[in-house]
Design a protein around this ligand. Structure first.
Ligand code: ATP
Ligand code: FE2
Length: 325
């Protein structure tokens, strides 16, 4: 069985083609990049996705040497995300499914990040640390669902990095530039905010910007921001492992690419006799492949298409019944 998956929850319009043995036949995507100093404007995202939707579908098909008739299934990211963005992917998916008479399944975006991470790394039953611009969640699979054990109380950690990067004049994407500058930094104190299993990053962002405006070097801001945020996340991840007795950690989402985060999590895992996995950089950011693969998992067990294909802006990870596990 072969599935074409469409991702469009936020900045990226992505299409992936995957078969039911987990072989990736193609991956194509284009990311909307806002003008320097600007954030995302939903209308601009929608315009971008409209412009690229069928170019990316065509490109993914061409790279896989397949035609639409050869596909068995269409999957799309149904939520959560920015409504203007989600709608374009959903519309493209509905169009293809109807025109070529293929079954259509809606996929939960965070669950797709987890499933591509497991496929890509071979992790079986990990504590999932999902860190991106839109999400910060510590997740474990318990009793038929991916349950959220801890999350941010305010802004996601990737967003915290992006906000600080913008304020200290580092270009987008903020996280990778923060990582670069952190290499030559020293520690200055920033607030460390963990409440139970939840974390808060907005106070840290504000404090970091304030220190920069008071004359602290960019490098020191970047270093301290990473040290503080990643220590908080490692602490909470360790507690989730102790509580669930799981022996694996899987880092997914755009921030998973950060080498310092990987180093800190890996040290914690080694001390506990556990194993750390990191999703490959090619699949840590938003992509259509993860949607295609999760669509296949869903459809191969459920054997039916999604009845209501309207977008689910606030669809939570723990609302999905993971019948394929
Ligand atoms: P989601 O929709 O799942 O929330 P997203 O829209 O934020 O995802 P991703 O591509 O998963 O998209 O993640 C992008 C985020 O990852 C940005 O906030 C970016 O700053 C951050 N990021 C990317 N590379 C790094 C890095 N090396 N270190 C830290 N953060 C990084
Ligand atoms: Fe994402």
């Amino acid at each position: 069985m072969i599935c074409l998956g469409i991702e469009s929850t936020a900045h990226t319009f992505g299409v992936g083609v995957v078969n039911d043995r987990g072989k990736i036949l193609s991956d194509s995507r284009d990311m909307f990049v806002p003008k320097p100093g600007k954030g995302f404007v939903p209308k601009e995202l929608a315009d971008h996705h409209i412009e690229f939707a069928f170019k990316i579908v065509d490109d993914a098909l061409k790279k896989s040497s397949l035609k639409l008739h050869d596909l068995d299934l269409i999957a799309f990211s149904q939520g959560p995300g920015i409504p203007n963005s989600l709608r374009i992917g959903a519309a493209a998916a509905r169009f293809l499914a109807t025109k070529f008479n293929k079954p259509l399944v809606g996929v939960n975006h965070p669950v797709a990040h987890i499933e591509i991470g497991k496929l890509n790394t071979g992790a079986k039953d990990p504590i999932v640390v999902y860190l991106s611009g839109g999400n910060t969640q510590i997740i474990a699979h318990v009793e038929g669902k991916y349950r959220v054990f801890g999350e941010t109380e305010d802004i996601p950690v990737g967003n915290c990095f992006d906000v600080v990067a913008r304020e200290i004049s580092l270009p987008y994407p903020g996280g990778s530039n923060i990582e670069k500058f952190a290499k030559n930094g020293n520690y200055v104190e920033l607030p460390y905010i963990v409440k139970g299993m939840d974390q808060s990053f907005s106070g840290i962002a504000t404090a970091a910007v304030k220190k920069f405006k008071a004359g602290v070097r960019k490098e020191d801001i970047c270093y301290s921001l990473q040290e503080t945020c990643f220590a908080m996340l490692t602490e909470v991840t360790e507690r989730a492992m102790a509580h669930t007795e799981k022996k694996e950690v899987l880092l997914v989402g755009g921030v998973a690419a950060n080498k310092r985060l990987q180093e800190m999590m890996n040290k914690m895992c080694e001390e506990r006799g556990a194993k750390m996995f990191v999703v490959d950089e090619n699949f840590s950011g938003d992509n259509g492949t993860m949607i295609a693969w999760t669509g296949l998992l869903q459809y191969s067990t459920e054997k039916k298409q999604t009845k209501d294909t309207s977008i689910k802006q606030n669809w939570r990870t723990d609302e999905v019944k993971t019948i394929w596990i």
